[in-house]
Design a protein around this ligand. Structure first.
Ligand SMILES: [Zn+2]
Length: 166
């Protein structure tokens, strides 16, 4: 069942084990903060993560069962390492829409909101596809990285949908 009139979207906080899921959620447009942006080696990182989740109203996603138990309503535990399984679990729990789609709204590396790229930004990017002016290009002002909805985005959408329909 697809909820078209969407309520406020859940925002997420992911632990260090969930790098692939973090990128997938950002590709789908979900505001997802990652523990990898914190300084590493902090022995009480779990406590820091719980603090961020509760202060910012983010759902903490983790592979660490103990941490999830500590987080209570603010946390979800994944028993599987498989990113598709993790996406399905989020859908089943109603945390993300079952209408999965790569939306090209957020940078998959840093979570910043993308904006339309300028002509100059496209021209100055070596990896931009040539002769594809009908394509919409997006820009991460933070990473200075160019995005576009090419075959990668379409393949990811298809992969997710194929899996979820199984
Ligand atoms: Zn970025």
């Amino acid at each position: 069942m697809s909820k078209k009139n969407k309520k406020t979207e859940t925002r997420f906080l992911t632990d260090r084990m969930l790098g692939t899921l973090t990128r997938y959620l950002r590709f789908m447009g979900y505001d997802t903060l990652s523990a990898t942006t914190l300084q590493s080696g902090n022995k009480s990182e779990d406590t820091v993560l719980l603090g961020i989740a509760s202060a910012s109203g983010r759902m903490l996603l983790t592979r660490d069962k103990e941490l999830a138990v500590r987080g209570g309503n603010l946390a979800r535990h994944f028993s599987s390492d498989d990113v598709l399984f993790q996406v399905r679990q989020l859908i089943e729990e109603g945390l993300i829409s079952d209408d999965v789609e790569v939306r090209m709204q957020r940078c998959s590396l840093c979570n910043s909101i993308l904006r339309l790229a300028t002509r100059e930004e496209i021209k100055s990017t070596e990896y931009a596809p040539q002769n594809r002016m009908e394509v919409s290009f997006y820009w991460c002002p933070q990473c200075r990285r160019l995005y576009w909805m090419g075959s990668h985005g379409r393949n990811l959408t298809k992969r997710l949908r194929d899996y979820l329909l199984m």
